[in-house]
Design a protein around this ligand. Structure first.
Ligand code: SF4
Length: 336
């Protein structure tokens, strides 16, 4: 179910744009019981009020929590079932954030990622993306939504941008707190500036070497790291918020002095933050996590050389914290 489809359905019942907005706002703000009540200026037409119980049931059925896995750092990973038996992961982040999935599986096939191993199974609809936020909001406040869960958001642009528009306009989430993450797809650079809600942008860099990037991210667009940063810089200047460059730190792969020099050459002076995330070891994959001390030394040295660097841990380390691990463990299809 897409957000556009919900709007069309309501319009067919006589709902004006402001009525449609109210129904969608009540959904995402978790107040369906308020619907249909008279309030100044937003009285819903009778056919719309009569259709609301059915619509409520359908929206509630879009996504459900199969299991919840709280971690010591304050995050919690949710295994979320969709109504065709597929499942995605949604992560409640510390400090009122939620990380949502935009695809079941992913076609990019990053070598260090569990989600990429299955390829793309299907797109997640805009309704299902918003439903993940609604599930999160039922558990804790949500002031930030990051599109960094399973999938490459740029491969599901229409649905992701529809969800971003709804969250930015009707849920009043500050636009810079909606974070679109991509490996660097030119279609995203084309479409994001056109939206009325312009999200912040996170770009997966991971290496400054084009050959290594092609190896690690085999089906990412063949943009050289330099081009990626040029696209990013243009978008940062347009929106007024910095680009978040993501760097999964892999021991012996992208943690050498050559890479650190490359990072300084690429990012010093740019409107950017480098998020350095030590790899979360996955038993089935050969990559290794560097020690925390080593990661801290790398981050400190980059910082001292003029690159604003933040060392982060992927949320939920102690509860199958790698992208796609919960789903992989649960099996590919979850019984209804
Ligand atoms: Fe896809 Fe992200 Fe995993 Fe790469 S890291 S395969 S883009 S989900």
């Amino acid at each position: 179910m897409r957000v556009a489809g919900i709007r069309e359905r309501l319009a067919a019942l006589g709902a004006l744009p402001e009525h449609q907005a109210r129904v969608l706002r009540d959904w995402v703000q978790g107040a369906p019981h308020e619907r249909g009540r008279r309030r100044p200026n937003d009285y819903l037409p009778r056919p719309v009020r009569e259709a609301l119980p059915q619509l409520d049931a359908e929206l509630a059925g879009l996504a459900r929590v199969i299991s919840e896995h709280p971690a010591e750092d304050g995050s919690a990973r949710l295994l979320v079932g969709l109504n065709d038996g597929q499942a995605v992961e949604t992560v409640l982040l510390p400090r009122d954030g939620v990380c949502v999935s935009s695809q079941v599986g992913c076609a990019v096939g990053c070598r260090f990622c569990m989600t990429g191993r299955d390829g793309l199974l299907r797109q997640v609809s805009s309704g299902e993306i918003v439903a993940q936020v609604v599930l999160a909001r039922a558990r804790r406040p949500v002031k930030k939504v990051v599109f960094m869960g399973m999938g490459e958001p740029a491969h599901n642009l229409d649905n992701v941008l529809e969800a971003i528009d709804l969250l930015g306009v009707e849920a009043h989430i500050p636009h810079k707190n909606l974070v679109f993450s991509t490996v660097g797809d030119p279609r995203a650079f084309e479409r994001l500036p056109q939206g009325r809600v312009k999200p912040a942008l996170a770009l997966s860099l991971h290496t400054t070497r084009a050959d290594l990037r092609a190896e690690l991210l085999p089906r990412a667009p063949r943009l050289a790291p330099q081009e990626l940063v040029e696209f990013g810089e243009r978008y940062a200047r347009l929106t007024g918020y910095p680009i978040q460059y993501q760097w999964t730190l892999l021991e012996g792969v992208n943690d050498g002095e050559d890479e650190l020099d490359g990072i300084v050459a690429l990012l010093r002076g740019k409107y950017a933050i480098l998020n350095m995330i030590p790899y979360n070891t996955i038993p089935d994959l050969a990559f290794r996590r560097p020690s925390w001390e080593r990661a801290r030394a790398i981050a400190a040295s980059l910082h001292a050389r003029g690159v604003l660097t933040k060392l982060r841990d992927s949320a939920g380390q102690d509860v199958e914290g790698g992208c796609g691990q919960l789903r992989a463990r649960a099996g590919r299809s979850i019984p209804l």
